[in-house]
Design a protein around this ligand. Structure first.
Ligand code: 8X3
Length: 250
């Protein structure tokens, strides 16, 4: 008796060069997806693609031509993980560095919208598309010095809700996965302008911050539910974190 091979399904992950993006690419490949690893740093995604049997596609989510090239390379897309994003600075609103805020809005929100627009035809063509937007608990609560990032991540939540309303009746599901404290190599270091000591202090004494793999596991779970099951949002935090200001430290 021969077994028919299930046709391979395609997943696109933005920001796949590190952290949650790279871990999600690995987790989706482990679930049998053909993964397109998209990010600006070509060398990193080429290495990752080789490791997981996927494809590397250099892409800057803030560059229209670059995103158009991504869409052209992926005519059918079953899963889109809008993961590219990040935080810079911890300035108060009063002293807000407008350029830093602009960067955060562009990468976390406008980049996500640009990629989504470009890949919607491919998601429709799949007949069963899933968009996973990587939001944050910063899209649920405010904290001092976080205004630029929390505003952008609140926007990710609302864009996700809006898309779900607008695409109702189409075979496309939208999930916002919103992690709390995740220890990755780059997130906090970038936020603090390369200051490793300040970045380390964020996680000091916290028993097991989440790892990128924990969030990737949730993303792969979302992406593999049966077609009729829509997971609207999934907030995921380490046990030690109850709220922005309520983090158990030893
Ligand atoms: C990161 C979570 O707490 O640094 O998305 O805003 S936090």
């Amino acid at each position: 008796m021969t077994h028919e091979q299930a046709p391979s399904r395609t997943a696109v992950v933005t920001g796949a060069s590190s952290g949650i993006g790279a871990a999600s690419a690995r987790a989706l490949a482990a679930q049998g997806f053909q993964v397109v690893c998209a990010a600006r740093r070509t060398e990193r995604i080429e290495e990752l693609a080789a490791e997981i049997g996927g494809t590397a596609l250099t892409c800057d989510v803030n560059d229209a031509d670059s995103v158009a090239a991504l869409a052209a390379a992926v005519p059918v897309c079953h899963v889109l993980v809008n993961n590219a994003g990040g935080a810079v600075g911890t300035d108060r609103v009063e002293d807000a560095d407008i350029e830093g805020w602009r960067w955060m809005y562009e990468v976390n929100v406008l980049g996500l919208v640009r990629v989504t627009q470009a890949l919607l035809p491919a998601l429709r063509a799949s007949g069963d598309g899933v968009i996973v937007n990587v939001g944050s608990t910063a899209g649920r609560w405010a904290y001092e010095g976080g205004g630029g990032y929390t505003s952008a991540k609140h926007a990710v939540k609302v864009v996700s809700e809006t898309l779900r309303l607008e695409l109702n009746g189409e075979p496309i599901r939208i999930t916002e996965v919103a992690p709390g404290m995740v220890r990755t190599d780059e997130f906090s270091v970038k936020r603090f302008g390369g200051d490793q000591a300040k970045a380390d202090a964020v996680y000091a004494g916290v028993d097991h911050p989440l790892l990128a793999e924990d969030v990737a596991d949730a993303i792969a779970w979302v992406a593999t539910r049966p077609s009729h099951v829509d997971i609207d949002e999934l907030v995921i935090k380490p046990r030690a974190q109850a709220a922005a200001h309520k983090v158990h430290r030893t």
